[in-house]
Design a protein around this ligand. Structure first.
Ligand SMILES: [Zn+2]
Length: 98
C-alpha cells in the first residue's frame, strides 16, 4: 500500500506507507502528526484500562483453617466472575466499536 502525502511541514509530496511514523523525504518531518498523536493517546488509554482491571486475586494458603479457605474461595469465585464479566464487556465493546 503505497501512497503519497503532502508534508505538513514543507508542503512537498512524499511517499507515505500510511504509517503514523513515516517521515517526509524532504525535511524528515512526521507526515501524519495527527495520526501519531492519536495512536499514542490510544495506546496510553489501553495501558490505563489494563491497569484499572488488574485484580489482586485472593491467595489461599494451605495452612489456612477450613473456614478461611471456604470464605476465600467464595471471594475468589466473585473475583473470577467479575473479571470474566469485565473481560466480556471489554470484548463486546471492542467488537461493537470495530
Ligand atoms: Zn517535508
Amino acid at each position: 500500500m503505497n501512497a503519497s502525502k503532502k508534508c505538513p511541514h514543507c508542503g512537498q509530496w512524499s511517499a507515505w506507507n500510511q504509517s503514523p511514523h513515516d517521515r517526509c523525504e524532504h525535511c524528515q518531518g512526521i507526515l501524519a502528526p495527527d495520526a501519531l498523536a492519536r495512536q499514542q493517546a490510544q495506546s496510553l488509554r489501553k495501558q490505563e484500562e489494563k491497569e484499572r482491571f488488574t485484580v489482586d486475586f485472593i491467595q489461599i494458603n494451605p495452612e489456612d483453617p477450613w473456614y478461611t479457605k471456604f470464605f476465600k474461595r467464595i471471594g475468589l469465585g466473585f473475583q473470577l466472575t467479575f473479571v470474566g464479566v469485565v473481560s466480556f464487556l471489554l470484548w463486546l465493546i471492542a467488537v461493537l466499536a470495530g
